[in-house]
Each structure stands twice: as C-alpha cells, then as structure tokens.
Write a new protein. Structure first.
Length: 60
C-alpha cells in the first residue's frame, strides 16, 4: 500500500500555548497502522525527516 494522498490538518493550539501556535496532523489509514504493529497500548513511533520525506517507524 503506497502513494495514498492525505491533507494536512492545521489548527490552533489551545491551553497555555502561545496564541500564534499551530498544530499539524495527518490521518493515517488503519491498514498501515496495523501493519506497523501499533496498538492502543503500544503506540510509540519514531519520526525521521530525510530527503524531503517523513518516515514513520515503530519504536521497538
């Protein structure tokens, strides 16, 4: 499963954050998340940025 298009979700941050703070999110397909082995109990991942790509890996 490669090449799925998604929009970046952009929103203001609430709470005690700076009034100009912005949060960025991406919705991931359930099948990809399951293939990574991510569960509610074990959901830590490592994000890496290389060569104009964001790579998501399961934290082992």
């Amino acid at each position: 499963m490669n090449g799925i298009k998604r929009n970046i979700i952009i929103g203001k941050v609430g709470g005690n954050a700076n009034e100009n703070s912005i949060n960025y999110k991406v919705s991931l397909p359930a099948k990809m998340v399951k293939e990574l082995g991510i569960t509610k109990e074990d959901r830590k991942v490592i994000l890496t940025y290389e060569d104009d790509k964001i790579i998501i890996k399961k934290d082992k």
